[in-house]
Design a protein around this ligand. Structure first.
Ligand SMILES: Cc1cc2nc3c(=O)[nH]c(=O)nc-3n(C[C@H](O)[C@H](O)[C@H](O)COP(=O)(O)OP(=O)(O)OC[C@H]3O[C@@H](n4cnc5c(N)ncnc54)[C@H](O)[C@@H]3O)c2cc1C
Length: 406
């Protein structure tokens, strides 16, 4: 470890590794630090990603792909099933990853690009001079160090401290958190070519249960419920109920709990000498909680803007503004749209959900784009989806949102 780098990236998740790789490839001197001793472990993720979006960043590799999914099956509360092809199933359906290997593969790519990677190395504070971030304080093997840089990238995930240290408000109210619990189960006995979603206020208040295949008859079975709607109910109890009723033969071999912020974007993700990316910048989707692809996309933008800023000799907030504009114009717009949809769906009763599912029973999804699907849904349920009319109008007029994704 040196005393000074062009860029220090805090956190070696998908956001941090892609940022580090992008900047190192362009010749910058990059340090990527990770507080854990093993990158990617433990994971807090259902591990689903869209194929097309993933391939923009890394060549798919069977070593970290557990299942190649061809679609999703969504069950409304009365059991009505809607089956959709992978391309229109949303950003979390496509491949199911082994993130323990995937995250390491991404960090490896950043190392191959020239970044210095250090594990068991925790950022403990920022070095701030005047009103500019000039580096970090870190702890490695019981020793404290101060390391300087032109830009610090906070890619330190959901519980990010880097943003807070820089004076950015990254707090999320408990009612805006989706509480998640997940088991990796053996003996799952599901069709390994599909992801399954179960909706309904009884199974998952203002959320859903997911089953993502992991190959070899294994699956991630998880639940996310919204703090504001779930009262005294605990995610883990609802998940246990579901498993007992629907998968009594499944055997739990791993457990994960975690939270996903679903409140939409924060006001600011840059400061003088600082950029936030991925979950640290609250860039996950408010409906699905999915954040891997957004983290990688934002990481690429952050890396590219950091290179330009350093070459231009302006790492001030103004010099980094392009990052803020780029991600808000793409990821940010999607998050805003998802927020509108989420806020409408949160108020749906089980009857509403059943009626939506039934309206799609005779639709042929194989020949449809996502836009067609949404329009079919809207036409058949105008009253129920009236709040979303602006969104549908925009989609038709500008082909927005989904142009960015597929
Ligand atoms: C239950 C659950 C299920 C999910 N399922 C999906 C899904 O199916 N698909 C999907 O796309 N997304 C899913 N997500 C979200 C997804 O996991 C995140 O959006 C994604 O990991 C964000 O990547 P990141 O790089 O921003 O953060 P992270 O992956 O969280 O990486 C942050 C890294 O920073 C490190 N770190 C933190 N603090 C420090 C420090 N002080 N010093 C050094 N290192 C530090 C951490 O150890 C960690 O390695 C799920 C989330 C949960 C909770």
């Amino acid at each position: 470890m040196k005393n000074e780098y062009d860029i220090i990236v805090v956190g070696a998740g998908p956001a941090g590794s892609i940022t580090a790789k992008t900047a190192a490839e362009k010749g910058l001197d990059v340090l990527l630090i990770e507080k854990r001793q093993e990158i990617g472990d433990p994971i807090r993720c259902a591990e689903g990603v869209g194929k097309y979006n993933l391939q923009q960043h890394i060549e798919p590799d069977p070593r970290w792909i557990c299942a190649d999914v061809k679609g999703s099956r969504i069950f409304s509360p009365d059991g009505t099933m809607v089956e959709m092809a992978e391309e229109i199933s949303g950003g979390e359906v496509g491949y199911v990853l082994e993130r323990k290997i995937f995250d390491r593969a991404l960090a490896n790519e950043s190392a191959l690009a020239g970044a210095e990677v250090m594990v068991k190395t925790r950022a403990t504070d920022l070095i701030i001079e005047g009103n500019t971030v000039c580096g970090i304080k870190l702890m490695h093997m019981g020793e404290e160090y101060e390391v300087r840089s032109k830009i610090v990238i906070g890619a330190d995930g959901m519980e990010s401290k880097v943003g807070r240290w820089a004076g950015i408000n990254t707090s999320v109210k408990p009612e805006d958190m989706e509480t998640c619990a997940q088991y990796l189960v053996a003996n799952a006995n599901i069709d390994q070519e599909f992801c399954y979603f179960y909706l309904g206020n009884e199974v998952a208040p203002a959320g859903y249960i997911w089953l993502f295949p992991k190959g070899g008859n294994k699956a991630n079975v998880g639940i996310g419920i919204l703090g504001s709607e779930s009262g005294e109910q605990r995610a883990i109890d609802l998940l246990n109920d579901f498993m007992e009723k629907n998968m009594p033969e499944a055997r739990i071999i791993e457990m994960v709990v975690g939270g996903v912020p679903v409140s939409g974007t924060i006001d600011r993700t840059i400061a003088n000498g600082l950029i936030l990316v991925g979950d640290a910048a609250r860039q996950s989707d408010p409906i699905t909680g999915g954040g891997i692809i957004n983290a990688m996309d934002a990481g690429k933008m952050a890396g590219e803007v950091a290179v330009k800023a350093i070459r231009n000799g302006d790492c001030s907030e103004k010099g980094l503004q392009e990052y803020e504009d780029l991600w808000r114009d793409t990821i940010g717009k999607e998050i805003d749209n998802s927020l509108v949809v989420k806020e409408t769906f949160v108020n749906f009763t089980d009857e509403d959900l059943n009626s939506l599912a039934k309206s799609l029973q005779n639709v042929n999804f194989t020949s449809m784009s996502l836009m067609d699907l949404l329009l079919a849904l809207f036409k058949a349920n105008k009253k129920l989806l009236w709040n979303l009319r602006g969104l549908f109008k925009d989609i038709v007029k500008n082909d927005i949102d989904f142009k960015y994704r597929t």
